[in-house]
Structure formats: structure tokens, C-alpha cells
Design a protein around this ligand. Structure first.
Ligand SMILES: [Zn+2]
Length: 324
């Protein structure tokens, strides 16, 4: 059994993963607010709880994996910065700290790398040689497994497709670039785009649906309004599908993976728009390459993050064994 911990902006979730990829024990706690210094203590407490519960069932734990929302030097197990919502974790050599604390093999990596390994080892990409996970959540991340290896890149930026431009003269992005995919297809980007459009339309249906408060507009609300025929929301959703379709085309043409998984919180809304998304991808991808790629939408769930974090530990252990 492996413990997986998914460190999210609102919840830290932990669980024990069985050899066949089932999360059989789980525990979670709200993510302590930034500056409270409680994130590390919460992670340690949840791991302790899962280890105890698992032992009680006669299934001891033999490794720990942790996925965090930021860059990680996986070889050193050290967290870089920025770490979204949990800045206090930056700079921690978390893997070594957990090994010292629990006496178990531990590894830490970026949460979307974890998701990619989880889908590859236990989910929609099981058995594939190459898989790309595009995770549309609050932000937009991606994870790459190519020819059976997780691709982290020279300094850990491998897979930052959320900040690849889909509109080269587009607006500035919060990352410092411009016209990035995240501006169009992440939860934050979709909500921001809708807010900018309702600003000049006091009578917008979407604004009424948000109780008159532009800040109450969420991506889910935009998708719902579009499904009900609201034209302003539809224009934002169309742009999201087109941008994501362009990125699927980029991924298919550039990497030619067997499987592309679209996941994250926004994927729940996208699941109803699969035909539109594939149609958009078809405008940009080589037809033969796209035909050979299975594009699948997997609505994001907390347990996928936990499963992925445990998959990190399995993958790291296997790679260490191969390298030595
Ligand atoms: Zn960007």
C-alpha cells in the first residue's frame, strides 16, 4: 500500500492506494490559510492517520507520494516557488522530511505530473506508451508521459502548456506572457473573460444569474448559462473550446501521443461539449495523427489527485530500481 497526498488550494486529501489503483483509506482536511504555518503539520497529521488506519486493516504502508501545486525539484524532493495557495511549502525538502518522520520512502512532485502518472498507471491511459494530461482547473497545467517516462524538463517546466500562447497578440497573462491557453480555458480565465464582457452589459443574463455580482461569476456558471442559450456565455465557452482544441492540435501534431486526457474541475463542464472540442481539434491537428490519438475527458475528482500522488511514489521507486 502506498500513501498519496494531494495538496490543493482548499483541501489537502490523503489516501492509501492498493496495488490495483483503488484508494481504500482516505482522510482530508481544509488547507490552512496562507501564513498560518499549518500546511506541513496538516500533511503530516493526515499521513499519520492514513498509515494508522491502513495498519489496522492489516495492510502496512511502504511508501509516500505527495503532489503539490507548484514546481518541484523531484530528484532532490525539494519544493520550489511559487506554490499556489500554500506558499509556506516553498523551499521545503519535503521528501527527506517525511522519510525522517515516518521512516518510509517518500517523494514529492508537481500535482499535474502526479495526475499524469495516475492516469497512465491506473486510469484512462493505462497501457499507453505516451500520454498527455491537460488539467483545466483554477489554473491550467499539463503532464507528459512519453515513451514510458515522465517528462519534467531541464528545470521542471516540462508540460507548462497552460502558458503556451494560443493567440500570439492576445492579452497579458498572469504568468507574464500573453495570449496563453490558461486565459481562455482555465476556470480563472473563463470567469475573468465573462466578467470583462458583462462589465459593459448591465442587463446580461449571466450577470443576473450571478445575483448581480460580477465576482460571483464562476466558470461553472458560465457553462450553465451557455447551455441555457445565453449568447454572452456562449461566446466565452466557444472561445474556451476553440483554444483547447488548438492546444489538442498542438499536442497531437507535436508529440503524437496515444492518449490525451482532459481533466480538472472544468472538465466536468467540458464533458458535455466533447463533439465541439474534437471538432475544434480537427481544425488544427493532422487528421491521421488525431485519428490515432484517443482524446478522453475525465472530470476531475479529489481521489484522482490522491491516486496520482501515490503513483508518483510507485514510479519513483521503479525508476530508482532501474537506474541502480
Ligand atoms: Zn500565461
Amino acid at each position: 500500500m502506498i500513501v498519496g497526498v494531494d495538496v490543493g488550494g482548499t483541501t489537502i486529501a490523503a489516501g492509501a492506494l492498493s496495488a490495483d489503483g483503488e484508494v481504500v483509506v482516505d482522510a482530508s482536511a481544509p488547507t490552512p490559510g496562507a501564513g498560518t504555518g499549518g500546511a506541513l503539520a496538516t500533511i503530516v497529521a493526515l499521513i499519520g492517520k492514513v498509515i494508522d488506519q491502513s495498519r489496522h486493516r492489516g495492510r502496512p504502508i511502504d511508501a509516500i507520494g505527495v503532489g503539490v501545486p507548484g514546481p518541484v525539484d523531484a530528484a532532490l524532493g525539494r519544493i520550489g516557488e511559487p506554490v499556489s495557495h500554500v506558499p509556506e511549502l516553498a523551499g521545503h525538502a519535503l521528501a527527506a522530511e517525511l522519510t525522517t518522520r515516518f521512516g518510509l520512502f517518500a517523494c514529492v512532485d508537481n500535482d499535474v505530473n502526479a495526475l499524469a502518472l495516475g492516469e497512465w498507471m491506473f486510469g484512462a491511459g493505462r497501457g499507453a506508451r505516451s500520454l498527455v494530461v491537460l488539467a483545466a482547473g483554477t489554473g491550467f497545467g499539463a503532464g507528459l508521459v512519453l515513451d514510458g517516462r515522465l517528462v519534467r524538463g531541464a528545470v521542471g517546466f516540462g508540460g507548462e502548456f497552460g502558458h503556451a500562447p494560443v493567440k500570439f497578440d492576445g492579452p497579458p497573462c498572469w504568468c507574464g506572457g500573453r495570449g496563453c491557453l490558461a486565459l481562455y480555458a482555465s476556470g480563472r480565465g473563463i470567469a475573468d473573460a465573462a466578467r470583462a464582457r458583462v462589465a459593459s452589459q448591465a442587463e446580461a443574463v449571466l450577470l443576473r444569474a450571478a445575483g448581480g455580482d460580477p465576482m460571483a461569476i464562476t466558470a461553472a456558471l458560465v457553462f450553465r448559462a451557455a447551455a441555457e442559450g445565453d449568447s454572452l456565455a456562449t461566446s466565452v465557452v466557444d472561445e474556451a473550446c476553440q483554444a483547447l482544441g488548438a492546444m489538442i492540435g498542438t499536442v497531437v501534431n507535436g508529440l503524437n501521443p496515444d492518449v490525451v486526457v482532459i481533466t480538472g474541475g472544468v472538465a466536468r463542464s467540458l464533458a458535455l461539449l466533447e463533439a465541439k472540442l474534437l471538432g475544434a481539434a480537427g481544425e488544427y491537428a493532422f487528421p491521421r495523427a488525431l485519428a490515432a490519438t484517443r482524446v478522453t475527458i475525465v472530470p476531475g475528482e479529489k481521489r484522482h489527485g490522491v491516486r496520482g500522488a501515490a503513483a508518483l511514489a510507485l514510479y519513483a521507486r521503479n525508476s530508482n530500481a532501474k537506474d541502480s
